[in-house]
Design a protein around this ligand. Structure first.
Ligand code: BGC
Length: 764
């Protein structure tokens, strides 16, 4: 590698010449590009073009295509020459239309084979218009609006030359300590699959050659969300049934939706790091799923196989990665340094390299990069368009979950004469954007404080932060906060975590509210004023004490650029909250993992069997213990179940009817239930369908989500909600094969995973 870049000398003269010519030439390129017909190349055309190109490539050029680099990893003056020599097929984290067009121009005009670069970047939940974190987006249970959010992200990102995003992140996780739970869609394979599809479709758009299309990357393949202890990058042990019935599901959905790329992960899975894992990458992804897209490694994950203790050195890492099926290496350079000698020594076949290069070139052809390599500077004008911000507000609104609303404390009347706005997240423009925001700007955030002042006018808002930031342990601001509360009719407390406390590498052992926020909330509750707590965080926090002390509680996650106005809409009743939890909320870290689709145990607990710790006599009497599956202190239920979320109205479920009480394993059931909006407010309800396979060849979960619908109901309106349940949806992997087993099933239609109308059916 050192000689790849070390030998490069790019003279100042050439540089300046290039600079002065570049703009005119680039504009010419653009015009010819934009006037190009936007037709999608057919598979055959692409295959024959790839074949032809491949036959002209030297081994060095092939290895170049298989290498992706972040320009910070090399001296700036060597980059152009490296592109000219075809040393890299892709960059990540290159900024700016002019710079990208310049590099592309070198690739297109000065490199031997004129293969365009593909520029990748993490656009995880918005580019400049920032949407709520993905976990929050999953709380909308509305794939359509999320698809549109990702479309907007692609429009903005592609206008900057980004044609490949490392999203969607669709790792299932059962562990809120894991910082990256913020980036995924929660715990459930069915819900995450619906979002995986929507996100891929939104990112890629309808036509891959459209200038706004961006290649999606389903990541991290696979199992990364099961890091032991929630410590990021940690070892994962996942049984094959859990792998296939849970963890792989959203990835399959992403593949079926046409995800152009997949990313191998950092984690060691059952003893084999996933970036060198032939079972997951070759057997499952390529052979079983017949995936014909491209696989990129995660950042440095190929060379990290040395630390894992799976490879002795970088050469072995390159060998294991390519053998497993990693086509492109991100950031580390083991391919660049060792593939050639591995081929010379006969350890890697040229066919393996050609397969990888084919996948990479196909991607570039599919995106139309050979025809339209340049970015149109005009496209930038679409950044932060009012309709984009409006959509961000809608998504933030629908992602917010009402967890408590004692005596209809919420919504507040906008005629209220004074309100105290308190808390470290009330006016934290960067923090509300959440983790994985590279290009969004705090200056484009509208905070809750600003939005509330907008509704009520400055004079009615008594603002006191109380705590400078979430981890602040100083109580010096308490007095001012209490004074603000005392002179107000109601308290709005914005609690939570800053963005830096969740995301990659940001795992926590305890998942309570950091600092002395709970103490301040307790002090404020003593004022007797109605108190609404709004939690803005990147993970489901253990907020039991806050729930007790507050009169109403909205879980708002990190809601993005428009979190403030979205929350004001809900607080003042412009719209009813409608989000539902995409993840189980635990009472404390000790309850983890707690997911609703667990198996039943031989000793399931119930309210009668639980012996609360405090009720155990000091002189222990064995007879008083339950001997069931629970914690003496936490009990056996979570703080809030998966799927839970309240509304400003009440919904009544009735009349569950099944088209039949039995079906064959090829059949289908129609399920109907009535839903009545009992209250005075128009609102959305998310109706959920769950089943339980009572007896299986391996034990089966106590509940599994198999359908959901977001329904809008006017006050007093009744609708009939219909679900189709094909028997194929009951298929599972039993350790040996996929089966749909005959026998009895429970079925529920209801508002969350814990409640609902019940019926039963059987498979003959
Ligand atoms: C993350 C990936 C990300 C990559 C590139 C890694 O550290 O795990 O999710 O796409 O960096 O930024």
């Amino acid at each position: 590698m050192t000689d790849i870049i070390g030998s490069v000398y790019f003279s100042k003269v050439v540089f300046h010449r290039l600079k002065s010519f570049s703009f005119a030439l680039f504009l010419f390129g653009l015009f010819s590009a934009t006037s190009c017909k936007q037709t999608q190349l057919k598979g055959d055309d692409i295959d024959s073009r790839v074949k032809r190109l491949l036959s002209e490539m030297t081994l060095e050029e092939k290895i170049g295509q298989m290498s992706q680099i972040d320009p910070i990893s090399m001296p700036a003056e060597q980059i152009d020459q490296a592109v000219r020599e075809g040393k890299f097929g892709s960059f990540l984290n290159v900024f700016g239309v002019e710079k990208i067009n310049k590099l592309q121009k070198i690739a297109m005009e000065e490199s031997r084979l004129k293969i365009p670069l593909i520029i990748g970047r993490d656009v995880i939940h918005g580019y400049r218009t920032i949407f709520p974190i993905p976990l929050a987006m999953a709380a909308t249970w509305n794939p359509e609006i999320v698809k549109k959010a990702f479309r907007i992200s692609s429009i903005e990102a592609s206008s900057q030359g980004i044609k490949w995003t490392f999203a969607p992140m669709i790792d299932i996780s059962w562990d809120p300590r894991w910082g990256r739970i913020a980036e995924g869609c929660g715990e459930d394979p069915y819900l995450a699959s619906a979002f995986a599809k929507a996100m891929v479709e939104g990112i890629q758009g309808e036509q891959l050659t459209d200038p706004t299309a961006v290649a999606a990357c389903a990541k991290h393949f696979v199992g990364y969300g099961f890091a032991e202890g929630g410590r990021d990058y940690n070892t994962t042990y996942i049984s094959e049934p859990i792998l296939r019935n849970v963890v792989l599901k959203p990835f399959k959905a992403a593949q079926e939706a046409g995800a152009l790329t997949f990313m191998s992960a950092f984690n060691d899975l059952n003893g084999v790091p996933t970036s060198g894992n032939e079972f997951t990458l070759r057997q499952i992804l390529r052979k079983e799923w017949k995936y014909d897209g491209m696989v990129v490694s995660d950042w440095g994950s190929v060379s990290e196989m040395i630390s894992h203790g799976y490879c002795a050195d970088e050469k072995e890492a390159a060998l294991k990665a390519i053998t497993a099926g990693v086509d492109m290496e991100m950031s580390s350079i083991t391919y660049a340094q060792h593939l050639k000698s591995l081929i010379d020594e006969g350890k890697v076949s040229l066919t393996l390299v050609d397969e990888a290069v084919k996948n990479i070139l196909k991607l570039k052809f599919k995106l139309g990069l050979f025809e339209n390599p340049y970015v149109n500077p005009e496209a930038e004008k679409q950044m932060l368009a009012p309709e984009f911000l409006d959509h961000a507000r809608t998504v933030a609104r629908q992602s917010t979950v009402l967890l408590k609303n004692e005596m209809n404390t919420l919504p507040l009347s906008s005629d209220i004469t004074s309100v105290a706005v308190i808390g470290p997240l009330a006016d934290a423009p960067r923090d509300q954007l959440g983790t994985w925001v590279f290009d969004g700007k705090a200056e484009n955030s509208v905070t809750p404080l600003t939005a509330i002042k907008e509704v009520l006018g400055n004079a009615k808002v008594n603002y006191a932060t109380g705590l400078k930031y979430s981890r602040d342990k100083s109580k010096t601001g308490f007095a001012e906060a209490i004074a603000a509360a005392k002179k107000s009719q109601a308290i709005l407390f914005f609690a939570g975590e800053e963005w830096i406390l969740s995301g990659e590498g940001q795992s926590r052992g305890e998942i309570n509210l950091p600092g002395v926020q709970e103490e301040l909330i307790e002090e404020l509750s003593k004022t007797g004023k109605p108190m609404m707590v709004i939690v803005m965080a990147g993970r489901p926090l253990a907020i039991g004490k806050v729930v007790e002390k507050s009169n109403a509680l909205l879980y708002a996650w990190h809601g993005g650029s428009m979190a403030g106005p979205a929350l004001a809409d809900l607080i003042f009743g412009k719209e009813s909250p409608s989000g539902k939890l995409p993840v189980t909320f635990v009472k404390g870290s000790g309850q983890i993992p707690f997911y609703y689709y667990h198996n039943n145990t031989g000793r399931p607990a119930n309210a009668k069997s639980w012996t609360p710790m405090d009720s155990i006599p000091v002189k222990n009497s064995q007879a008083s213990l339950g001997y069931k599956s629970f914690h003496l202190d936490y009990g056996f239920t979570p703080l809030f179940p998966f799927g839970y979320g309240l509304s400003y109205t009440t919904f009544k479920y009735s009349d569950l009817v099944l088209s039949s009480t039995e079906m064959t394993n090829k059949g289908s059931l129609t399920i109907k239930a009535s839903l009545l909006n009992v209250g005075n407010v128009d609102a959305d309800e998310i109706v959920q369908l769950y089943i339980r396979d009572r007896v299986g060849s391996i034990t089966r979960p106590v509940k599994e989500l198999k359908g959901f619908k977001r329904i809008h109901l006017k006050s007093r309106e009744t609708v009939s909600v219909t679900f189709e349940l094909p028997a194929s949806a009951l298929e599972f992997f039993n350790g040996k094969e996929n089966v749909i087993e005959p026998g009895a099933f429970d079925i529920w239609v209801g508002p969350n995973s814990d409640e609902g109308l019940h019926s039963e059916f059987s498979i003959k």
